[in-house]
Design a protein around this ligand. Structure first.
Ligand code: NAD
Length: 294
């Protein structure tokens, strides 16, 4: 019987635990606060940002959105980030991506103070995470996948984990987390130039796919009993759906379901875990800021 890895349910349990942590911090005079900077009016970004700040407020945290016009200059955006960097009530800062093309997104991300970089995209945090330093903010999606594997008692030690995709946001940090002492997995990272992708995916005890292509992974590309973590989020037009589209992942879910031992659905798998880890990182930032004051 294939197990569905229910990210919504794991998140519910984690968020209940975190609400207690927030209450304890509040009792000590600190309300964890996240500020999200949104440039322009991309509807998908607006929806993501709204769900992030709503999730903060549901835990008793402060969630604030600063919306800037599409044509905001780099200097104006930097001034907003400076203000947030210097505001002690703001523990986490997140600039929603993608940014309009005229803004240098790497420089923007590097302008966020590393101690408030709850997305974990600043090179300082990427470096700290790479060397296994507990002060690092680990990017939310890989952190969420690690938490899901842990909470679902899916062993990684000695397992062959094959990751499809090599992004800085998901795959590279995930590879480094999985191969570290503790998780102890053997990791193969594949990407768009990997020849004969199936020859790698068929070896996977745990297959993690973060590409953004519907049905990239088909039934003939996996071995029986594989654990499938589908990170992909693809919009498929669907006139019958409330928003005119539905979300699907990168794997052929229906075909893999009878073959896998466990699989994440899309939606309701990795997605909720990502937001949950953003909340966890913001609480961590508030805790670390408080420890600095003591
Ligand atoms: P990306 O878009 O930066 O890069 C895609 C990667 O896929 C690249 O490394 C590329 O080499 C690889 N690739 C492309 N075609 C391939 C092919 N045919 N075979 C093998 N590899 C191929 O990656 P990303 O930012 O990690 O996003 C990937 C997907 O994950 C997207 O659908 C995105 O929406 C989704 N995502 C979901 C969450 C979540 O919370 N669920 C979070 C982040 C990203």
């Amino acid at each position: 019987m294939t197990r569905t890895l229910d990210g919504t349910e794991i998140s519910r349990v984690m968020r209940a635990e975190m609400a207690q942590e927030v209450a304890a911090l509040q009792a000590a005079g600190v309300t964890p606060g996240l500020s999200v900077v949104l440039v322009g009016n991309n509807p998908a970004s607006q929806a993501y940002v709204a769900s992030k700040t709503r999730a903060c407020e549901a835990l008793g945290m402060r969630g604030q959105t600063l919306t800037l016009p599409e044509d905001v200059s780099k200097d104006e955006l930097f001034a907003v980030i400076d203000r947030l960097n210097n505001d002690a009530s703001v523990h986490g800062i997140l600039v929603q991506l993608p940014l309009p093309a005229h803004l240098p997104y790497k420089a923007v991300l590097e302008h966020i103070h590393p101690a408030k970089d709850v997305d974990g995209f600043h090179p300082v945090n990427a470096g700290l995470a790479f060397v296994g330093d507990p002060r690092a903010f680990v990017p939310c999606t890989p952190a969420g996948i690690m938490e899901m594997l842990r909470r679902e008692d899916i062993p990684t030690r000695g397992k062959h984990v094959v990751i499809v995709g090599r992004s800085l946001i998901v795959s590279k940090p995930l590879a480094s987390l999985l191969m570290a002492p503790g998780p102890d997995a053997t990791v193969t990272l594949t990407h768009r130039h990997t020849p004969d992708l199936a020859s790698f995916t068929r070896q996977a005890d745990i297959l993690i796919v973060a590409v953004g292509k519907q049905n990239l992974i088909t039934a003939d590309m996996v071995k029986p009993g594989v654990v499938v973590i589908d990170v992909g989020q693809n919009r498929v037009p669907d006139a019958g759906a409330p928003r005119g589209y539905r979300m699907v992942g990168d794997v052929d879910y229906d075909a893999l379901l009878p073959i896998a031992s466990a699989i994440t659905p899309v939606p309701g798998g990795v997605g909720p875990m990502t937001i949950t880890m953003l909340l966890a990182n913001t609480i961590q930032a508030a805790r670390q800021a408080r420890a600095q004051q003591d």
